[in-house]
Design a protein around this ligand. Structure first.
Ligand SMILES: Cc1ncc(COP(=O)(O)O)c(C=O)c1O
Length: 393
């Protein structure tokens, strides 16, 4: 299309990758592969309290529009209470509602950087960050997580990535898909670095309620810490398994003056859009309370599926299942010699089972595949059987 100007920041590669093309071919043949990437909780066979959820978002007062840029006070109180129950000293004033964690990132990127400024994100990690930064005209630069018995931040690569235009370090705690939590010593070093280089720590904790092999030195949440400029992101999407409700939040930590300035500016940004619907704001205290039932089921499922995957990996000496400290995903390293896309395509075309290649998440080094531990157990086990058939012993 040559007759209008379109922004460069919204120009993305639109040719389907070979895995998407292979999926299309299977679909045309009427074949539905077993999906070991399923991580939509509403399509994964969990029991939800439908009546209570519907009632929560249908109270009579949802007919009145009383916009508040920070979000409804009762919703912010419920979120603060959720953190206090987890041992984090969060005040409702420090909480701001957004419609999704992705929107939370967008607000933070608007707040923290001017066009061309830099945010640092972990590698490997969640692929959407690239688009979120680009759409805000920021440059995304990666620092490495390295695996050596367990995942850790490579501080040399982090410091190397910082320059005068760097504004924030994004930490995903636990990371998607490595499942690795932030460790106490890492937090101390990050706070020092943030102080020395005037950076904000943006900590995405959407998966922090799902520990699996939790190390004793893991930091499960940094919400409410006043030791430095920290902004935490989370939301109902993962915490309560309710992505369709579109309600997430930011928690601003750090010294009082920082907190006041940041919440004021974020409220200004949020006031420009006012995206969070009244029904979900009104229902949030109940929806958040209902997380307990979802989380109990999800944790049980994650443990069960991880056990099954461990059992399979134990029969495959050429493969290695990396430890899963928490989250919804597992990483399986594959034997050398074949690249990961060829593995994924062969699994799809020959075994009709879908997994993600490591490169979707920017993995470097050994070929690996990523599976979702949130899959329904019957589908997960059937998929593992096919994986077992295909992978060498
Ligand atoms: C690490 C991480 N952060 C944020 C999100 C998006 O969350 P939301 O649905 O609240 O936008 C995801 C989604 O998978 C994620 O993996």
């Amino acid at each position: 299309m040559g007759y209008v100007y379109l922004s460069r920041r919204a120009t993305f590669e639109s040719t389907p990758n070979p895995i998407a093309l292979a999926l299309e071919r299977l679909q045309k043949r009427g074949i539905k592969p077993l999906d070991l990437t399923q991580s939509n909780p509403t399509l994964a066979g969990f029991r939800y309290r439908d009546d209570a959820i519907r009632a929560a978002v249908s109270a009579p007062d949802v007919m009145i529009y009383r916009p508040s840029p920070e979000g409804a006070w009762q919703a912010r109180q419920a979120i603060a209470e959720y953190y206090r129950e987890r041992g984090c000293p969060v005040e409702p004033e420090a909480v701001l509602l957004v419609s999704g964690t992705s929107e939370g990132y967008a607000y933070l990127f608007k707040l923290l950087g001017d066009p061309g400024d830099v945010v640092l994100v972990p590698k490997p990690s969640y692929p959407l960050l690239e688009y979120l930064a680009t759409l805000e005209s920021l440059e995304l630069r990666r620092y490495e997580l390295v695996f050596c018995d367990r995942w850790q931040i490579d501080f040399d690569s982090l410091e190397y990535a910082i320059d005068d235009r760097t504004r924030a370090i994004v930490i995903i705690n636990p990371n998607n898909p490595t499942g690795s939590y932030l460790k106490r010593v890492e937090l101390v070093s990050l706070l020092e670095l943030a102080r020395a280089r005037h950076l904000v720590l943006v900590v995405d904790e959407v998966f922090s309620d799902f520990p699996l092999e939790l190390p004793p030195d893991a930091v499960t949440s940094v919400a409410g810490l006043d030791a430095g400029p920290i902004i935490v992101l989370s939301g109902l999407s993962k915490v309560a398994g309710l992505p369709q409700m579109k309600a997430s939040w930011l928690v601003v930590g750090g010294p009082n003056d920082f907190r006041r300035e940041i919440t004021g500016r974020l409220a200004f940004i949020a006031d420009t859009y006012l995206t969070v619907g009244t029904p979900v704001q009104a229902g949030l205290p109940v929806l958040l309370e209902l997380r307990r039932e979802f989380q109990a089921q999800a944790r049980e499922r994650l443990r069960h599926n991880l056990e099954r995957l461990r059992a399979l990996a134990a029969t495959k000496s050429a493969c290695r299942l990396l430890p899963v400290e928490g989250g919804w995903y597992a990483v399986l390293q594959l034997p050398p010699g074949i690249d990961e896309e060829s593995w994924v395509l062969a699994l799809l075309e020959e075994e009709h089972v879908l997994v993600h290649p490591g490169y979707f998440y920017d993995f470097a080094g050994a070929a690996c595949i990523i599976v979702s531990l949130l899959c329904e157990p019957a589908e997960f086990e059937a998929g593992l059987e096919r994986l077992g058939r295909h992978l060498p012993a």
